[in-house]
Design a binder for this molecule. Structure first.
Ligand code: SAM
Length: 269
């Protein structure tokens, strides 16, 4: 079990879809279409940390119908859900794989590796090892929706900055790959890829949530409060006061919550 349940991933998928930078998505799709003239082999994508297949559902409508996908995750329950949602008969393979075995990542024939909401969980060492196995294959990378450390609300609370600082500390704890990069993930990946002469583009992809996303906001706020409790810098009364205020605001029409993310597209130079 990865700790990411399918209900949380389903709750966040519409916000993720709306947040992804359209420019980078279209550039990736165009690159894959241009590289797929009549008669050439279809594009081959490898989605790592696929969850229930959010990246596949967003990207596949933009790509040639015969695009071949392999979806990898180490969580069998999420892979089963991905398989159930994507269905039989599609050009998609599902594979259980622990990314800590990065040297064995099945990259042969892959044009582009995709990932969403993954690299902010990963350590600098993992990202360097990943780029080290990716670059010699000449495959590209689309790494979307990495948290960038910025949380803002249109109606402020005096503890927003302290909560954000503690949450960002928590984001840097070990999430299964060693100390996580958290908010530094996109910057670190961009540097590692540039060192291998990739052309790297990044763009902001924030969630901008209003009262229509109150269920997502509520889950997110409870998760933030749990993380802040674990860090232990704020006293419980402060955390409860902040959480109570934020939960009330989640339902207020026009009250906005902005959670910063970044997308990255790296194509071989
Ligand atoms: C935040 S979820 C994102 C899922 C999906 N990409 C999405 O955007 O909905 C992170 C995913 O990484 C997977 N993951 C975490 N550690 C992993 C590992 N060591 N090997 C493979 N997958 C892993 C989790 O199971 C989970 O599906």
């Amino acid at each position: 079990m990865s700790g990411f349940d399918k209900d949380w991933l389903a709750l966040r998928e519409p916000a993720d879809k709306a947040a992804r930078d359209a420019g980078l998505l279209n550039m990736l799709a165009q690159t894959l279409r241009d590289g797929n003239p009549e008669g050439k082999r279809p594009p081959n994508l490898l989605d790592i940390g696929c969850g229930t297949g959010s990246t596949y559902r967003t990207l596949s409508p933009l790509l040639p119908k015969n695009t071949h996908w392999r979806l990898l995750d180490y969580d069998p329950a999420l892979l089963a859900e991905a398989s159930a949602r994507i269905g039989e008969g599609s050009p998609v393979e599902f594979r259980q794989f622990d990314l800590n075995n990065i040297d064995a990542l099945p990259l042969a024939g892959t044009d582009v590796v995709t990932a969403s909401a993954l690299f902010d969980l990963c350590s600098a060492n993992f990202c360097d090892r990943f780029v080290g196995v990716l670059a010699p294959t000449g495959a590209g990378l689309y790494a979307a929706l990495n948290y960038d450390g910025q949380m803002k609300w249109s109606v402020v609370h005096p503890l927003d900055a302290a909560v954000t600082a503690d949450f960002n500390c928590h984001q840097r704890l070990d999430k299964g790959f060693g100390a996580a990069l958290g908010p530094d993930a996109t910057h670190h990946l961009a540097g590692a890829l540039s060192a291998f002469h990739y052309r790297v583009l990044t763009a902001e992809s924030p969630w901008v949530l209003d009262e229509r996303s109150a269920p997502l906001q509520r889950e997110l706020l409870e998760g933030i409060a749990n993380a802040v409790r674990e860090i232990g810098e704020l006293v419980p009364e402060e955390i409860e006061a902040w959480l109570t205020f934020r939960l009330e605001q989640a339902d207020v029409p026009g009250s906005l919550c902005r959670i910063g993310h970044q997308d990255l597209l790296a194509l071989p130079g």
